[in-house]
Design a protein around this ligand. Sequence first.
Ligand SMILES: Cc1ncc(COP(=O)(O)O)c(C=O)c1O
Length: 487
Amino acid sequence: MTRDISQHTLDPDDWDETRALGHRMLDDMFDYLMSLRERPAWVSPPPQSRAALDAPTPMEGAQLEDVYQSFKEHILPYPTGNQHPGFFGWVMGNGTPTGMLADMLASGMNPHLAGYDQSAPMVEKQVISWFADLLGFPPESSGLLVSGGTMANLNALAVARCERAGFDIRREGLSGAPQLTVYGGAETHNWIVKACELTGLGSKAFRKVPCGDDYAIDVKACRDMIRSDIEAGCKPFCLIATVGTVNTGASDDVAALRALADEFGLWLHVDGAFGALAALAPEARRQVEAQSLADSIAFDLHKWGYQPYEIGCVIIRDDAAHKGAFAQNATYISSMERGLAVDSTYFADRGLQLSRGFRALKAWMLMKETGADKLGALIQQNVDLAHYLAKRVDDENNLEIMAPAPLNIVCFRYVAPSTDEAALDALNRDILYRIQESGEALPSHTMIKGRFCLRACVANHRTRKEDIDKLIELALRFGREIAGDRA
Ligand SMILES: Cc1ncc(COP(=O)(O)O)c(C=O)c1O
């Protein structure tokens, strides 16, 4: 029996029908984005949706229309809520209508971004050079768009390790090498632990330096730790400064850390996952300006760039160092003098991924449509709203600020007279659950000095003053209800 070897494709049988459905999808998503404020910030998925999302492998396909209905019924109504104006949890991005359209255009075009002589890498290079410029890095800096802050930081740590290990670590690996050590404040995000484990340095390579009352790294303590590690035979290679720590939004003294890095010949990396883009804000920029002194910086556009997931960026001041950490020379991807394969691995030689998507398009469209000034004004607006929240907390007898709030994160808790610390922790846990389950606002939580508190990060371009007032009202209302129940 002969088989027709050209009978299958994934293009639709009926293009007009798929086009019409596509138009409806677009309309539905616009309706969805336009009505975010009217829906709850978050709803836990009900049992029927959990069951629908736990179905056996479909061996036979279904009509796209039916698949789309399932999406509308079981998936779309149950997100984390990060797009909602009342969402204050963790540091999540919110997305924009243009970002959504850009992702569709990028996916429709679907180029492969290892490099090659085509338009898309030119877009990515342009985006990186715009942000290098905005963050104060020289035009010849290298960079890469990646999936997020963790990957951007990992990329930079891999470069730092190659540059400052003092031997050919790519060839030799770590066996027989002295313990390489990297330093960051106790408030450093835990990407560093994953990165140390993954790069073979081991989690013990990360030296957690104490922070002061401002939650910034204690530079003197860091110097002492470096000295005693050298005496013990270790090889310090990298300092990590954070601008905008995840717990409280504090920023390390990058200028002092630059001097310390130079004193010991270390690489200085800045984790600016969200804080780096404060450089665009008219006033908040002062808190992060010194980040331009770093050898490398990581930041996300899916946080304070307001873009849909996923898009992060790493900038490395020295392109040779960047390439030196990743470039390979397999014949099947080598660059040619002419034809498509000119520069065939431009980006693949600066990171782990070979196949890469066109995430640059949404950043390019954001910058072209919005411009850096408006982006900076939005970031400043978030900072101003966070300061307003801190002031509202300060003004309420039953609320207490738990840490300084220099940027856009406010940690606070409800306090009731003559309640001990353990009971206050439990009370604030319950307040958190009730606020989240009300769907009216969505803060997250953290521990500050061993105390449970509510944590509000203002990073949403949709958030207004009334959303801050609502959060305060909810914390007070539930706090009084729960404290009253317990009295
Ligand atoms: C300071 C900091 N660094 C790194 C990260 C990790 O970034 P991502 O979640 O994009 O991987 C975060 C995430 O919130 C962060 O706040």
